[in-house]
Design a protein around this ligand. Structure first.
Ligand SMILES: [Zn+2]
Length: 59
């Protein structure tokens, strides 16, 4: 049977699986959470007072 790797845990998932392309509902939720986290992080990065590319002046 043909399988694809689960996007979350890389476990082989057979075509037609209940949560395809994820191996389980848990992996599906983890992947969705990861996307949501990244979408929140990008706009938030400029609003949290963090300047990753600038080093503070130390005298
Ligand atoms: Zn998985």
């Amino acid at each position: 049977m043909k399988t694809v790797p689960c996007p979350t845990c890389k476990k082989p998932v057979p075509l037609g699986a209940e949560f395809f392309p994820f191996c389980s509902d848990r992996c599906r939720l983890i992947d969705l959470g990861r996307w949501a986290d990244e979408q929140y992080r990008i706009p938030a990065a400029s609003g949290q007072g963090q300047l990753p590319d600038e080093e503070p002046d130390e005298e």
